[in-house]
Ligand binder design. Structure first.
Ligand SMILES: C[S@@+](CC[C@H](N)C(=O)[O-])C[C@H]1O[C@@H](n2cnc3c(N)ncnc32)[C@H](O)[C@@H]1O
Length: 273
């Protein structure tokens, strides 16, 4: 079942402050956002007009990754941290279309995602889904949660999904220890599937403008380059094609291949040997 943490109380939703989940929902064309989320989304988009294309590409590669993991890698357990507001093709829907017995634990720190948890908990009868309100910055709380343990067998392979969330952990080198701690708790044969915002494909002038926005607190999305993102997979066997632009990670035949500058999202999947 869905649960909360700490003293059991749930933080109130502050609609005056933009939140990544709601802003992402706005860019994806969803209905779950407030004025502050739209204003923040519009400001970022005004400066970086590719934003919506990138967001769409991220959502699409999430679906392809889950499909690969369930259909090709035989994964039946998913730990999806940074769930986002439910939209089409949530992780459990894609996975359970391949194998109805797939089990998924969703984790997010946005109380608004919690209010939509019912949609995420609609599992096939053969599978199971659970939603935890918890924070990526506290991996041990996630891993020791009784609801997680009741849903996933941590002695069997798990796909750790960190899709468009690690860029909310600011600071060079700050994401690595969190990823390590989570992967260390998973057995051989587990996978890491992640995507990440990057400014690698921007012009130097755009990169400078983006750094200014970050420094002024007008964006909370911390970019990482190919090398730092790739290092999150150190020690894993990379699934072909390795670290790639989201649209280039195992694209469907005939899929659009927009200008990389409009995407700005790196994607990769690796297997723990
Ligand atoms: C951009 S959405 C990505 C949703 C989904 N993974 C996808 O790629 O379509 C990022 C999600 O991460 C969540 N998030 C951000 N920082 C987090 C943290 N420290 N702990 C847990 N969730 C977090 C946000 O609330 C949001 O729902």
């Amino acid at each position: 079942m869905a649960s909360t943490h700490g003293d059991g109380s749930r933080p109130a939703i502050d609609s005056s402050v933009p939140h990544p989940a709601r802003r992402y929902n706005y860019w994806l064309g969803g209905k779950d956002h407030f004025a502050a989320d739209r204003a923040s989304g519009d400001e970022i988009e005004k400066k970086f007009p590719g934003m919506r294309t990138g967001v769409r590409a991220n959502r699409d590669v999430l679906g392809r990754m889950v499909h690969y993991l369930a259909a090709d890698a035989g994964i039946r357990q998913f730990l999806d941290i940074g769930t986002g507001l439910p939209t089409a093709d949530n992780t459990h829907e894609v996975a359970q279309r391949v194998a109805p017995d797939c089990r998924v634990v969703y984790v997010d720190n946005d109380p608004m995602v919690m209010t939509h948890a019912q949609a995420l908990l609609k599992s096939t009868p053969a599978g199971r889904t659970t939603y935890l309100e918890a924070d990526l910055r506290d991996p041990s709380a996630i891993l020791s949660d009784p609801d997680l343990k009741a849903t996933l067998a941590l002695d069997e392979p798990v796909a750790l999904m960190l899709v468009a969330i690690l860029h909310f952990i600011p600071g060079t080198g700050a994401a690595q220890p969190l990823v390590r701690e989570l992967l260390d708790a998973l057995p051989a044969g587990s996978y890491l599937a992640a995507t990440h915002f990057t400014t690698d494909f921007m012009t130097p002038a755009e990169q400078a403008r983006y750094r200014e926005m970050l420094a002024a607190g007008r964006s909370d999305v911390w970019p990482r380059d190919h090398a730092e993102f790739g290092a999150l997979f150190d020690g894993l066997e990379m699934v072909d094609p390795g670290v790639a632009l989201a649209t280039e990670w195992r694209p469907r035949e005939g899929a659009d291949r927009p200008d990389p500058r409009l995407i700005g999202i790196l994607a990769a999947v690796g297997r723990k040997p």
